[in-house]
Design a protein around this ligand. Sequence first.
Ligand code: NAP
Length: 322
Amino acid sequence: MRAIRVAAFGGIENLTLESNYPLPAVGKKEVLIKVSAAGVNPVETYIRSGMFALLPELPYTPGSDAAGVVQEVGSEVTRFKKGDRVCTVRTLTGSYAEYTTAEDKFVVHLSDKLSFAQGAAIGIPYYTAVKALQIRAKARSGERCLIHGASGAVGIAAIQFAKAMGLHVIGTAGTKEGMALVKNTGADLVFNHREDGYVKAIQDAIGGVDIILEMASHVNLQRDLDLVNTRGRVVVIGCRGNIEINPTSTMAKESCIMGVNLMEVTDEDFHEMHHVIRTGMEVGWLDPKVSKVYPLGEAKTAQHDVINNQGTTGKLVLDTTK
Ligand SMILES: NC(=O)c1ccc[n+]([C@@H]2O[C@H](COP(=O)([O-])OP(=O)(O)OC[C@H]3O[C@@H](n4cnc5c(N)ncnc54)[C@H](OP(=O)(O)O)[C@@H]3O)[C@@H](O)[C@H]2O)c1
């Protein structure tokens, strides 16, 4: 099969396409998926560069999010059969490939309403949104939620889930196109995080917010602490550097800064998150926005774009059939 392989940690030049890589073997509780599309996430660039807490053994195939069709199931798998449309948030052998394996507990059926590219956009973004809002922030219907960086993959997922939970959603993006996407995805109010004075504009429009999902905490954390309401929660999802904050801001309002980490998930968390994802597909609120699809051989460009993009409009995906 064709697969992207990484033999050494470093730059994007270390992503190489192999055309005769062997098919992975399937364990008892595993599913072999013929991958149609793989999600491209920022974390895969951190791992490839060797700058991540958990690194795979070299060489490896990148990627955790995939959508495709079940090719084979292990002897103890009962929920899936050959031919089922599925997607997964965690593979054993990497998703930037024509075939991948996943433990059956990390696989869900993919609704016929969604394309494979959309299925590949579910994994990390939607599970993170669900973990952040429901499991970490314990969001309640009627609360005001700022999604700081709403035009990207996690942001779009968070808008859809937050609206399904009955929250009032304020989203930000850095361009007109991103703002239009955020609005069309369901945000009640949209602001441009590259415009001077946008935080004041949010305050003028609605006062404060109860929850902030933060995609760029290295830029925004102090602003978030200024904006969040008494006993509000700032959920750190994205962080690419250090920032100085004044902790007094948290005392005055008894506000809380909490991290979210999709690598740190219990079986109970997964059970809860799968339930939300399945329901989202059935009810229809889960509707990933794919911005660009790259052939598998262009994984280098896709990883370059996912980390350097300014003016994000949804999810980047690899088409593993091309
Ligand atoms: N903690 C976890 O478990 C976890 C899980 C998933 C993702 N993440 C992290 O979360 C972040 C978002 O992931 P993603 O997949 O959604 O990435 P993405 O698709 O590239 O989206 C990035 C988002 O951040 C926005 N942004 C850029 N500069 C900003 C600023 N100064 N203030 C507010 N927003 C800004 C972008 O908007 P414009 O491009 O329009 O400016 C875009 O909406 C990444 O850093 C990723 O590594 C963490």
